[in-house]
Design a binder for this molecule. Structure first.
Ligand code: GLC
Length: 501
């Protein structure tokens, strides 16, 4: 009924979890959290999706597990120096009584990356490392058991027919065992825990596992690395198949900068023969409609630390529509974050008492966190829960949906020719039909200031107008799709078009 036209679905972690970080704190990598269903249901879902030609990609979380995982519980119950503790990073504290953390490392979510344990007799014990929330102890990847376990988990899901794995925090995992302090402004090379060379051997092993299965099974990295060459090393032919292009996601709405990012991305992928994966948003960042509606349209450090700011949602929506056509005209894969296709904006007024993201709590409330982009999807109906759950008052959706979403449900949009959903459905359909949108080069065409124009093959042109004025379209033989109504041969500001030439 709401067919979108996708080839695959990536599920965020669906494993049993105390949900200290939206499921990225896993207690059992081989089961499904009862919140979502059962393992049998997941197996049925994978099989049904495969029958429909939709491939399932799971989320693998190797850097850390939950503090309620059997391994971590065993480690807490065991003594310092035990094999149980070797799977993690336990260290005595500094200071006369071990009252200071073993080093100055900071959690990505704010605060120290260390939490002190309590010994069975109630006395304060060693500390453990967690680069994220305290409920996410980091695993020790130099430990062979940790390695074997994750290989086995990969096989477990491949055996169940999943087509691939998105690897969470893929550049972390290995740590310098000396755990050296460093000045974050002048990070050590190699960095003690980011992008360490040991990762490549690991991903070669994982690639061999993926390749040992029939059909194609893919590995997608979550790789935030500004250095393009280091980024591309993960995509060598015997490592990961692809990685999200966060430089594109983070780029401000400016033609020259977008063009530079696209060129740099393509240039980095080319020598290793990998396909880029373009993204406009995900579950960790402000929704694109909101981002593009702000004065500062890029994703920067300011973005994370400012709370509610002025936003022009009309403008943001126009730009998000244009950005969708830009993204889908590029060579490679496109990953759409649920709700992007409905044009949902960030929910910036969630009351504090419903917030769940550890980023909010660990920053002492100075960072609003990521809950605003994670509010459950509106499917149909005039009031929350909009078909997301069965409307049972005792089990409302885990974050409240705004009443205004009645005009954003899939049902509301599906037959509206001007809706975001219709734009996405049409774009995905055309992208599948037109071979020129597949792999292959893009060729930049001359264009007015702050306008992007490029051709794909010899029959398609994409024009994106990021300027404040309408611009004239290049010569063409017809319009395939436009993000706004065209005014004759004029493309309005903040709009994009696909032309047949
Ligand atoms: C990744 C996930 C994010 C999670 C973090 C820790 O960045 O995308 O949602 O909080 O890893 O697992």
């Amino acid at each position: 009924m709401y067919e979108l036209g996708i080839d695959a679905i990536w599920f965020n972690p669906w494993y049993p979890s105390p949900m200290a970080d939206g499921g990225y704190d896993v207690t059992d990598y081989r089961d499904i959290d009862p919140l979502f269903g059962t393992l049998e249901e997941a197996e049925e879902l994978i099989a049904e999706a495969n029958r429909l030609g939709i491939r399932v990609i799971i989320d693998i979380v190797p850097n850390h597990c939950s503090d309620k995982h059997a391994w971590f519980r065993a480690a807490l119950a065991a003594k310092p120096g035990s094999t149980e503790r070797e799977r993690f990073w336990f260290r005595p504290g500094r200071g006369a009584n071990g009252e200071d953390p073993p080093n100055e490392w900071r959690s990505f979510f704010g605060g120290s990356a260390w939490t002190r344990t309590t010994n069975p007799d109630g006395s304060p014990g060693d500390w453990y490392l967690h680069l994220f929330a305290s409920g996410q102890p980091d695993l020790n990847w130099s430990n062979l058991e940790v390695r074997r376990e994750h290989e086995d988990v990969l096989r477990f899901w491949f055996d169940r027919g999943v087509a691939g794995a998105r690897i969470d925090s893929a550049t972390l995992l290995f740590k310098d065992a000396a755990l050296p302090d460093f000045d974050p402004e002048h990070a050590l090379v190699p960095h003690p825990y980011i992008d360490r060379d040991e990762l490549h051997e690991l991903y070669r092993e994982w690639r061999a596992i993926a390749d040992s299965y029939p059909g194609s099974r893919i590995l997608v990295g979550e790789i935030w690395l500004p250095d393009r060459d280091r980024f591309a090393r993960y995509l060598r032919p015997d490592e990961l198949h692809t990685a999200f292009d966060f430089e594109f996601l983070a780029c401000p709405w400016e033609a020259a900068r977008l063009r530079a990012v696209i060129d740099a991305t393509l240039a980095a992928h080319d020598p290793v023969g990998a396909s880029p994966t373009w993204v406009l948003s995900n579950h960790d960042v402000t929704r694109d409609v909101t981002r593009y509606g702000r004065a500062e349209t890029g994703l920067g450090s300011e973005e994370e630390t400012c709370s509610i700011r002025t936003v022009d949602l009309m403008r943001g929506t126009r730009r998000a529509r244009a950005a969708a056509l830009l993204t889908q005209a590029l060579p490679g894969a496109v990953c759409i974050y649920q709700g992007e296709e409905l044009g949902l904006s960030e929910v910036e007024d969630l009351p504090e008492n419903v917030l769940q993201d550890p980023v909010f709590f660990r920053s002492g409330g100075t960072n609003p966190g990521r809950d605003g982009c994670r509010v459950p999807l509106p499917w149909e109906g005039d009031a929350p829960p909009f078909g997301f759950s069965d409307g049972n008052a005792s089990a409302p959706p885990w974050l409240p949906q705004p009443a205004s979403w009645r005009n954003f449900t899939a049902a509301f949009q599906v037959s509206d020719p001007r809706s975001m959903l219709t734009l996405y459905r049409k774009a995905l359909h055309i992208r599948r039909q037109e071979r020129a949108f597949g792999d292959g080069p893009i060729r930049w065409l001359s264009a007015p200031a702050n306008v992007l124009a490029f051709s794909r093959g010899d029959k398609l042109i994409c024009v994106v107008n990021l300027s404040e004025e309408s611009v004239e379209l290049p010569p063409h033989h017809g319009v395939l799709l436009a993000s706004e109504l065209l005014d004759g041969d004029l493309l309005p500001a903040d709009a994009a078009v696909w032309l047949r030439t």
